[in-house]
Ligand binder design. Sequence first.
Ligand code: G3P
Ligand code: CA
Length: 271
Amino acid sequence: MTHARQPSIQVVAHRGASEDAPEHTLAAYKKAIEDGADALECDVRLTADGHLVCVHDRRVNRTSNGRGAVSALELADLATLDFGSWRETMENTGSEESPDWKDRSLTSVLTLERLLELVADTDRRIELAIETKHPTRWAGQVEERLLHMLARFGLDGPAPDESPVRIMSFSARSLHRIADAAPQLPTVYLMQFVSPRLRDGRLPAGARIAGPGIRIVRNQPGYVERLHRAGHRVHVWTVNEPEDVELCASLGVEAIITNRPKQVLSQLGRL
Ligand code: G3P
Ligand code: CA
């Protein structure tokens, strides 16, 4: 069975509009929504006291003024940190006006709960692609708390084709846990390379959508067709260069995950 192609490619803001604002902050997600992104990508990790926060790295060192592993810090510790100023020291924005992300209320640690509130308060449909980061360490707790949080927002129930939320992971085990506990939630298997047993387009049990990195698509464009033939939608990350956007569009992928949602929407003729 081949998957029916969508009329347009979904544009997903990777870590928010993370080229223009510090990744995984409210500032980055608000900017992505303003820019017209169809969906938001975020990574989730558990704090020492069991809160899900949107942070990519194991440690907060790169993206905040603090130090240490997210898993060793409590939410109250993370709340004292500034997740915006690392960008100020990296770049001159070229504008006389301060960008929104210099507003500290938009650059403190972002909980998944706050991100879900932002999406719920937006007056158009915004989808969410939530990635479980290193979930094996927590033996199911990340998935359990994630499903609990989605249920609180009424996001665990819709039929798979209508769900505004999908769960992504490099861990097949994590997706398996999600598929077992919430079979109605779409799952995306992220790949940095294609393992030999998956070359024919199959995905591990529990995974429904394929999430190959752009390098796979550049080097093995025929793989996208094999995934489609096997009945899987294809969501490619992280697609920032115009020639890669063009390649993905020509291959009929269903979603592009990008740090530059505005530029990609413009290239696709949607702005
Ligand atoms: O959207 C998938 C992509 O985010 C996976 O890589 O390292 O950016 O989380 P990473
Ligand atoms: Ca991610």
